[in-house]
Design a binder for this molecule. Sequence first.
Ligand code: PLP
Length: 408
Amino acid sequence: MKNDQIFKTHIDSIKEEGRYRSFAQLERLCGDFPKALYHAPDGSSKEVTIWCSNDYLGMGQNPVVLNAMRDAVQKYGAGAGGTRNISGTQKLHGDLEESLADLHQKEAALVFSSGYVANEGALSTILKIMGPETIVFSDALNHASMIHGIKSSGVQKRIYAHNDLADLKSHLRAAPVNAPKLIAFESVYSMEGDIAPIEDICDLADQYGAFTYLDEVHAVGLYGPRGGGVAEERDLLDRIDIFEGTFGKAYGLMGGFITGSEAIIDCVRSSAPGFIFTTALPPAVLAGALASVEYLKTSSDERNTAHANAKILKAGLDTAGLPFLQGESHIVPLIVGDAVCCKTVTDLLLNEYDLYVQPINYPTVPRGTERLRLTATATHTKKDIDHLVDILSLLYEEHRVFEFMERA
Ligand code: PLP
């Protein structure tokens, strides 16, 4: 007789720590984002404002994207019908990959079913092909998908302190001169809201002969004159060997991609299990992604509004004296520092003030650094932002529910 008590005990321990994950059930209201209909566990529903979405530019409801998707469903039907290798590759894949290669001024690009799969597949394959002597230098706060890819490659890794050039340099200096090397890092760190010193990292990479692998998941679409990301904004596209990105954030859809040289992309295409052994993205998603990428190459309105809104939010929180992490990016992390307290704050926001912010707990962030991760999108109004700041100030001043923040 099988007994699942071990699983129940595990869940009980997660609940005791206050980091049990409950998912808010939402109906995003197309045309009305960031508003959504929230369905409460008691069966009731109400309209809420979302404050933690990665649809930074509202492209998930952009008519250009929606029309492209509708047309694709009409023309090509629902699914791709197979893996990329066996009948799943659509002409749209080719068009999208061409558009992405152009975005990053690279020879080639490859589309995956998600950003997670892209990082896992690309890093594990590239590092394996570089050989067993390879050393990968990885920022301490890199995303789980990069860590997964590095782990499955089996090569040696050196973790350098987050965005710490001196630590990265000391690891590079200590490594054998002839060992193949790759530095894996992100541009925008989505839980910290800060941005990597990309140019300095590239200088070190040149000095020590290392390849550069940059995750621009939270930056593509949103930074750079054509939405290429922070490297494009800083005129560094040619300093990065492999870019990784997603359609799941600023592009408003789902799916991931890498861009790089013909040879590197061909190796990943030929060997990465996460690319080969899975059904290709459906035509409607490909068409929507292509429309979104192309649209954001020429329209900067959404980008400008999103960045302006992030500035207004930060200024409001500053004035209210709320201690948020002062990063350069559009993401605003408000450290609470305790899992139970974090959940109390977000429950209050949702139940009493119709504001939806998901608490961010371990293992997404280290214990003791639990936080609210606020994102002001291009679709929030000044009124929305002022209202959020007022409510957060009220909770901070009156309920003192942020008492842990002083310790953070
Ligand atoms: N890389 C980073 C830095 C991320 O934050 C995420 C997801 O949040 C991913 C990769 C994975 O992207 P996707 O959501 O498209 O799987």
